[in-house]
Design a protein around this ligand. Sequence first.
Ligand code: GCU
Length: 826
Amino acid sequence: MVVENGLDGWLRYAALPDEIRHKHRPYSSIVALENAETSPVYTAAKELQDGLDRILGHKVDITFTLSNTANPAIVVGTLHAFSTAGGSIDKIPELKEDGFWLSTKGDAVQILGQNERGALYGAFEFLMMLAQGNFSPVAYASNPSAPIRWVNEWDNMDGSIERGYAGPSIFFHNGKILDDLSRAAQYARLLSSIRINGVVVNNVNANPILLKPANLQGLRRIADIMRPWGIRIGISLYFDSPRDLGGLPTSDPLDPAVVEWWKDITDQVYRHVPDLIGYLIKANSEGQPGPLTYNRTLADAANMFARALKPHGDGLVMYRAFVYNHHLDESEWKNDRANAAVEYFKDLDAEFDDNVVVQIKFGPIDFQVREPPSPLLAHLRKTKAVIEFQVCQEYMGQQSHAVYMAPLWKTILDFDLRVDGKSSLVRDIVSGERFGWTRSGYASVVNVGNDPTWLGHHLAMSNLYAYGRLTWDPLADPATMVEDWTRLTFGLDKTVVDTITKISMESWPAYENYSGNLGIQTLCDIIYTHFGPSPGSQDGNGWGQWTRANAHAIGMDRTVATGTGNSGQYPPEVAAVFENIETTPDELLLWFHHVPYTHRLKSGKTVIQHFYDAHYAGAATAQTFPTQWAALKGLIDDDRYNHVAFRLAYQAGHSIVWRDAVNGFYKTKSSIADEANRVGNHPWRIEAEDMELDGYQVVAVTPVETASGGKAIITTSQSHPGIAKTTLKYPSGTYDIAVNYYDHLGGRSKFELFLNNQTIGRWTGDLEDKLGHDFSKLLDGHSATRITFPGVQVGKGDVLKVVGQPDGTERAPIDYVSILPQGIVD
Ligand code: GCU
């Protein structure tokens, strides 16, 4: 029995059913046109050998000479090696860097890359077709949309991962590179199969100790392990390293001693990693030092690094455009963080050396649930750009919610910025086509950890898979990608494929509905962990993720006429659309306009009613996820079935926390009631604070909207259990009983639910162990959660009792209990 722990991701190469297998003829051999074990061509041959064995049960030998070919064989190598060995390449269309030719027509299978990496990509393409039971004869060339297809890992030297939700680093531990890099090699295999060709291994908030000699030695090991997979590594640098590590009095990029220091470090780095992809720089951003600290321009800094890299090959400086002031004054109406990137970079377009690329987050703020594309993408002509996405779901449920983000990314890639009045799709800008750039493309923050699931949720891996495929072909269809991914990850069963595709395609719209809609951003707690709801946290601080919600109106006025002028940063045709409230699409209304809650949308609804309805609709969709998933029991392995079932049930519960917190907050703020009278009106709920309490006390919860009725109960002591009791007055019948409680750091409380002294269920507040994300220490929107016991027979007059056993500082906190008739979610 194969252990299905997720480690192989979409490269499980599960055995095809016998009736499909026997339709496939065995190959006589795999001819690898390169025999060095470190070569991606050799890797491809080994991968083919392994895949054929696992998928088809065919044992095939690897040979190294074309003339040895007995038909039908698989030939894998570069075009050059193939023609040198006498193969004919006349009919093969032109291939770009990393491109490949795959032909399964005729006797032999030809997998020929423009380079060795391309050959490996072709081998994966072929294997992933076989693994999906697709044996159709094909012959085509496949080329990447962009040369840069990279990922960024925010791994810290101590082994923790910033915004990582799946355990510790696969690269670092205790200030050093791990001895055992086997997970790094497995990661390289996954990345290679989706045609990622570069990994920046350490956090953008970089630690200078990475540059110490022992760690450079370690970087060499990471690079060596990844190279056979066609993957090159890069590193993030700490700007003040000359001072911090080098002991220099300054890190001024124009100071000759600083320039020399970086040159010397760069020489050392290249001695260990001769094919480094370059340096990623986060400077003058969120407290990081940078050139502005020394009164130099951003270009001065980028060029200093670029010149240190230049003698060593094609290494690039990836200079992040994420430069902004996080102490912005909200009382100034025209202040706007969204303006920062263009303001900082627009006049520097001609200033950067040719081995600098500017790395731009997809939207002007920070990976929100919806943003327009960054206007900076329309300003750089001479300077090349890389667009930055985030596979890790920092603002998107932190892998405790299933959210398939390819549809979101497509809204950005398909957006036409109309630069100079001409078609300027974001995907054509980043591919380099629009402005004639030779090196540009994609980066994404991924943050895999050493959990076997890589990202902490089996379903989250579709985001990594889709990201890779989009970098190769930004026209790829999100639904088709998730179907392919599902067949490879969970098997070919139609119910499995249809169900996972449906949940995935519904997930981002649902998350947007219950988190933050109409372009208001993800209304999570932006001061703390960016996970649960806290709409009030957006305003009143310098971070600039403002909503400007007051008693009457909401939204950022980003117009030129009366606001921050941000709409004017877009080229004229796009600016005109966003400047005008009539032409701004509803989904970005509050991004660009400050409007009364009573403003009518194109749908005819008011803004506030849309908020209420959308939050109800989003949470209602999330309620269907566990039930949709239940159809897969027995159709996939139990381990992954249970893992996902648990998380989808968590998501369904947490979506209600989101719904009620956001709706409650805006109802209080606006004093406008929900037309459907749902908000704040919960006929099926019994507040814990209204129960008969013994050993429990009532506490106020902050923010108030993250508790039903603003209050919860905690045990009066850290050691003795508390009891909350109530007599049920509902008509006798079958109900689902939901308990909303808080599960925070500091202990693992135990709970038991009774009906007339009979146990209905027991559970432990141990989500911090089960869900891999950063929990809070408090009763709030992060820790608020729900557990449901379905189909309980309840009689009128029955006594319901919850017994909570505190543990440490977690004092068995309870918010409310819902007694839900079939089909009702309250
Ligand atoms: C976000 C994120 C930070 C990260 C930053 C970045 O603000 O919360 O953890 O460092 O982005 O992209 O640099």
